[in-house]
Structure formats: structure tokens, C-alpha cells
Design a binder for this molecule. Sequence first.
Ligand SMILES: Nc1ncnc2c1ncn2[C@@H]1O[C@H](COP(=O)(O)OP(=O)(O)OP(=O)(O)O)[C@@H](O)[C@H]1O
Ligand SMILES: [Mg+2]
Length: 259
Amino acid sequence: LHDITEQTLLQEEKEKQEKLLVQQSKMASMGEMIAAIAHQWKQPLNVLFLMSQDFEELDELGELDDDYKKTFIKKMQKQLEFMNDTIEDFRNFFRPSKEKIAFDVVMGIKNILHLLKTQFKSNSISVNLTIQENSNTMTFGYPNEFKQVVLNLVNNAKDAYIGLRESGLLSKSEISNIDINIENINNFIYVHVQDYAGGIKQQVLDKLFEPYNSTKGEKGTGIGLTIAKTIIENMDGEISGKNENGGAKFTIKLKISET
Ligand SMILES: Nc1ncnc2c1ncn2[C@@H]1O[C@H](COP(=O)(O)OP(=O)(O)OP(=O)(O)O)[C@@H](O)[C@H]1O
Ligand SMILES: [Mg+2]
């Protein structure tokens, strides 16, 4: 009886720990997403501000004709629409997938890259997506959680490049590449995420997917990869990481969906 109680307690403790991890990772992704929204909104906000100044000036000069007003309104609506779309995209991102479904990994990746576009551009980072010809990229699992995994991988690569720039090892204006390659081998989809930012430090590499294993101090919790592993394994897949080509290379292996 004693043993059973002990086991239940251990199990409860483990579940509590896991819940905490998931909660923390949600908060971390949320922070990253808010940074991305801020970037995405900067441009339209700027445009709207300049437009309103222009409008004010013309108004004071008494030069506001109907044509100008009509164009002005159209332009304003376009900017607002863009801002609205951004929010919609992000809202969808945070909706947890309720059940496993068939989804296209390429769509998932494109989706997340779209959200990060402005932010990456302003950091001189180019994400290059290549899909091997005739690949079947349909898998079965949790699309939103999969996107969260991709978000963490590309953000880790971005952080590595920013680290290099901050230490003066890379010039601010040089374009940094993140290559995402997708291929089929047998009945599996492989997603490789490769950067060239110096690679993973040895002390991290030894326990790459363990929690609280971070070199980013205040800026990282070190659970991104732990959660990534949990998510991918819940989809019956595998994730691994190593140093190659002067950077880090992460590989996700997923089953091709039968349906
Ligand atoms: N592409 C990469 N290049 C270099 N180091 C990396 C790369 N990806 C991960 N790492 C190393 O692995 C550590 C763990 O990554 P992980 O994503 O789990 O946590 P984190 O990014 O530090 O924090 P967060 O919980 O916010 O994701 C990082 O702190 C970093 O040292
Ligand atoms: Mg991370």
C-alpha cells in the first residue's frame, strides 16, 4: 500500500511539473509573439501617422478636395485591414489544437514564417524554405503546436545570429541565413532547420532537450526545446539537433499521413 501511495505521489508530481513547463513555454511563446506583433504593426502605424499629418497640413491650407479624401480613406482602410489580419493570425496561433488532424507541414511553416517576416527582415535574417520535388508533406498531429516548435527553432537561430552580432563577430548589415529543407525518405517527412551562427555550446549539447538548459540568461528559460520534443513525440515523431556546417542543425522526423 505504501508503495502505491508513493507511486501516485510521484506521478502527480511529474504531471505537475509537466503542466508548469507547458505553462511557462506558452508564456515564452506569447512574449515572442508580442514582439513579432509590435514589429508587424510598426510600419502601418507609421504610415497612418504620416498620413494624418499630411491630412492636417492640407486641411489647414484648405487644399482638401474630395478626390484626396477618398484616396485617403481607402489607404487608411488598407493599413487598418493589414493590422487586423495580423491580430487574427496571432489569435489563431494561440488556439490549442483540440485533436489530432491531418495537416500540411509546409502550410504550418509558411504560416509561422509569415508572422515573423517583418521582425526577421529588420534583423537582416533571411529564412529560405526549400521543398524537395514531389514531396508528400501531409502529416497527422497538432498543427498549432507544430508551429510553436518551428517558432522556437527559428527564434533560437535568430538569437544565435543576434549573439554573434552583439559580440562583433558578425556585421550588422550582413544577411544571415536560416535554411529550412523538407524531404521525404521512405514514409517519413524530414524537416531540417539549419543556421550558420556558430552552433550549440558543448555544455548545452550534452543535454539538449532537458529543461532549464539555457545560455541566454534573463532572455531564455531553456524550455523551448523540451516542449518541442514533447510536442513532436506526441505526434509519434522525433526531433534531434547537432552542430554542422558552422551552425546548428535541427531535424524533425514525422510520419506521412495515410489519409
Ligand atoms: N540554433 C542554435 N544555435 C546555437 N545554440 C542554440 C540553438 N538552438 C538552441 N541553442 C542552445 O540551446 C539552448 C536551449 O534552447 P531552448 O530553445 O530550449 O531554450 P532558450 O531558447 O534558451 O529559452 P526559451 O525557453 O525561451 O526557448 C539555448 O539557450 C542555446 O544555448
Ligand atoms: Mg528557445
